[in-house]
Design a protein around this ligand. Structure first.
Ligand code: URA
Length: 210
């Protein structure tokens, strides 16, 4: 796999992903599985958060115990499917700050147009973890991170459930400094921009809109 891409191969992640891929898996189960996988992916993507120590008084004695050294990370959800991962991430780090970015692609110019943008003002001082289940063409992820960098984000990671090789290539052209975490790099994109074999439209499957 290319440098700067971590595929989380833990068996629990892979088994849950298989269940999510099945077209027989209905919305409530799909949503639950995405939340469960997000817990496991969150564990991996936060692995290198820096710790320091603080004194804690246990019922037995005083001890120096690990705590986060820096400000809590900031999670950025790319709407709307990113919210499916965000829910699980927030379970594990309830004190994280959260931002949302909404982009759509203009059919004529193919430019990414922003329709929603609300992020914490102190992003520059935090680790920023951008989440979107599908890294397909990579265009939306690149545009979202362009925007976040303009607002000062420096220390960024990108977390998705599935990636297409084409999406990873495009992403790394745009943001070679941003590590990608995923549960799988699938075969390819099809002519409709879907990841193959993939799991279909992540937003529709999370929210039952189709
Ligand atoms: N977005 C999705 O939801 N699914 C894909 O396969 C590609 C992009």
């Amino acid at each position: 796999m290319s440098a700067n891409v971590t595929v989380v191969e833990h068996p629990l992640v892979q088994v849950k992903l298989t269940q999510m891929r099945s077209k027989e898996t209905a919305t409530p189960d799909f949503r639950r599985l995405l939340k469960e996988i997000s817990h496991l992916l969150a564990y991996e993507v936060t692995r290198d958060l820096v710790l320091t120590e603080r004194e804690v008084e246990t019922p037995v004695e005083r001890a120096m115990c690990p705590v986060l050294r820096d400000l809590e990370p900031c999670f950025i959800s790319i709407l709307r499917a990113g919210n499916g991962i965000l829910d699980g991430m927030m379970d594990l780090l309830p004190s994280a700050r959260v931002g949302h970015v909404g982009l759509y692609r203009d059919h004529e110019t193919l430019e990414a147009i922003e329709y929603y943008y609300k992020v914490p003002t102190d992003m520059a001082d935090r680790e920023v973890i951008v989440v979107d289940p599908m890294l397909a063409t990579g265009h939306t992820a690149v545009a979202a991170i362009d925007r976040l960098k303009k607002d000062g984000a420096k220390n960024i990671k990108f977390l998705c459930l599935l990636a297409a090789p084409e999406g990873i290539e495009e992403f790394q052209k745009g943001h070679p400094d941003v590590p990608v975490y995923t549960a799988s790099v699938d075969q390819k994109l099809n002519e409709h921009g879907y990841i193959v074999p993939g799991l279909g439209d992540a937003g529709d499957r999370i929210y039952g809109t189709k």
